[in-house]
Ligand binder design. Structure first.
Ligand SMILES: [Ca+2]
Ligand SMILES: [Ca+2]
Ligand SMILES: [Ca+2]
Ligand SMILES: [Ca+2]
Length: 197
C-alpha cells in the first residue's frame, strides 16, 4: 500500500506542472450585508512560483461562469480574494482583489471550479450545504489543511475571527495554516487523496 502510494506520487510528479492554487475559504452566506454584495472566496498559492490568473475561468456546474480579465497575481504563499462586490463600503468590509460578474455562491449546495488559461483544471470544491459540508450563516467556511480540499470533512464554520462589519471570516490570511505548507507538501496530500477517491 505504501509502495503503491509512493509510485502514484511519482507518477503524479511526472505530469507537467500546473498552477498550485487551492480554494481555502468561502463566504457563501454573509449576514452583515446582502449576499448580492457580501459573497467572496479565497484562493491560496501552494506552489513555488507566483501565478497570474489572467484568462482563468471560474464556474459552477450550472450557469455561473466568468473569466478573469485582469492580471490577478497570486504570490507564493499568498492569497487573493474574489468577490461579488469589490466596494468594502458595501460588501461587509472585505478587501476584494477581483470583482466577478455572473457568479453566485448558493447557500445550499454549489460549486467553485477553476480552470487555467489552457483549460486545465486547477482546483474545485463542491459543497453540499450539509450534511457533509458546513452550512454557515454570517460566517465563512474555511479549509483546515487536513487533506483533499474538496472533502467537506476538512471544512469548518469560522467562529473565532471577524472582519469588517462583524461577520466571521479571515479574508486574505489564514491563522490556522500549518507552517511548511508548500507545493511539495500539497502535491503529496493531493495525490494521496486523489487516488483514494
Ligand atoms: Ca445571507
Ligand atoms: Ca453558483
Ligand atoms: Ca449566497
Ligand atoms: Ca482565510
Amino acid at each position: 500500500m505504501r509502495l503503491t502510494a509512493i509510485v502514484l506520487i511519482l507518477a503524479i510528479c511526472a505530469v507537467p506542472v500546473s498552477a498550485a492554487l487551492i480554494i481555502t475559504e468561502v463566504m457563501q452566506n454573509p449576514d452583515a450585508v446582502y449576499d448580492a454584495d457580501g459573497e467572496w472566496f479565497e484562493v491560496y498559492n501552494t506552489g513555488p512560483d507566483a501565478v497570474d490568473m489572467f484568462n482563468y475561468r471560474i464556474f459552477d456546474i450550472d450557469f455561473d461562469d466568468f473569466s478573469v480579465t485582469e492580471h490577478i497575481v497570486v504570490p507564493v504563499g499568498g492569497f487573493v480574494i474574489f468577490g461579488r462586490n469589490a466596494n468594502p463600503g458595501e460588501n461587509g468590509g472585505v478587501t476584494v482583489d477581483y470583482e466577478w460578474s455572473n457568479f453566485i455562491l448558493a447557500n445550499g449546495d454549489d460549486e467553485i471550479v477553476i480552470y487555467d488559461e489552457l483549460n486545465q483544471l486547477i482546483d474545485q470544491i463542491m459543497y453540499d450545504g450539509g450534511p457533509n459540508w458546513p452550512d454557515p450563516n454570517g460566517a465563512s467556511m474555511f479549509y483546515d489543511w487536513g487533506g483533499d480540499n474538496n472533502a467537506g470533512a476538512y471544512w469548518h464554520v469560522e467562529a473565532q475571527h471577524t472582519f469588517g462589519l462583524g461577520d466571521f471570516g479571515t479574508p486574505g490570511y489564514d491563522p490556522r495554516m500549518p507552517s511548511g505548507v508548500d507545493g511539495e507538501t500539497w502535491s503529496s496530500i493531493k495525490a494521496l487523496y486523489r487516488n483514494a477517491s
